[in-house]
Design a binder for this molecule. Sequence first.
Ligand SMILES: *Cc1c(COP(=O)(O)O)cnc(C)c1O
Length: 372
Amino acid sequence: MQFIDLKTQQKSIRSNIENRLRQVLDHGQYIMGPEITELENQLSKYVGIKHAIGVSSGTDALMLALMNYDVGQGDAILTTPFTFIATVEMICLLGATPVFVDIDPVTFNIDPSAIKQTIEKCQSNLRGIVAVDLFGLPADYHAINSLAKDHGLFVIEDAAQSFGAVYHGKRACSLAEIACTSFFPAKPLGGYGDGGMCFTNDDAFAEKIRSLMLHGQGKHRYSHTHVGINGRLDSIQAAILLEKFSIFPDECIARQTIANRYTQKLKTHPSITTPHIPDNYQSVWAQYSILLENIDQRQQLQSRLKDKNIPTAIYYPVPIHQQPIFKDVQTPKMPVSEDISNRIVSLPMHPYLSETQQDLIIAAVFEALDDC
Ligand SMILES: *Cc1c(COP(=O)(O)O)cnc(C)c1O
């Protein structure tokens, strides 16, 4: 059994992908080919945002968004410690300081009430907030954007896991001034390599991000108005993503059905806390993650499932503030993130998980826990 089954997906669209790739080989515009604009147009329309800018990865999308605000030395950025490293890494790489804010114990996303407390006691030069839509569930942007507005901060949505999710009738990638997503193969909309996208309604931001990802290019090819990077999306990746996107809405429905089925069955077990999706939110289920009672129970569950060839994963076993890169930095305790990181475990989740496979997983989970 696969944790994320990309092979079955490929079977249904293989010949269309091959046709798309042949077109790229025929026109030969490997850099900034017509597929890039076609993908940007389709995705900006889907998300409901004016500008979509294809870039080289989710990580670079985050860096470009931060560079848009000239983030650098002396700046402090509020973010969550319960995320993939890239969120925090780009803040640090630009010379700024991440200021960690603990998560909500139910959604695992940055906790707006903790943001408020941190802003009130923070002595540093706060510039902005990078919120993450963890496991495909949007963070609480009404609260986050309103706090940011009150304190003159920018907000970046790290939507690497949430392309396709919905928050109060708006799609993920449209929930902050700038949003960043990833097309890493395992993400809800994944390519066959690295890729990402920035989204914004702001014309000036879009122009600046487009320049930054093209070596800071100005109006002419050899005029440089910013210090930028080589951050382009490949035409070949865009070609693949166009075919993947054609089946994406149906895949979102399948993900929802599978998640509902997991929850319905798993919630009956007293040791399991199933994901809670607040009213007016739709997750895209990048991960289906449950909470157990303690780390030993999790260890037992993982090893029993492994014996049955059922893969599981832990996102994330060590919160970012406890990573070796911060060993010399005094960071406050993040009790919720630390607790959740000990008890969380993710089960196989993808649109092609059959009911038979799912029943096998659920039975194995129950069996493992009842032997604890
Ligand atoms: C995957 C991921 C990224 C980075 O995306 P890449 O395309 O792999 O660079 C950033 N943030 C989060 C939350 C992610 O899950």
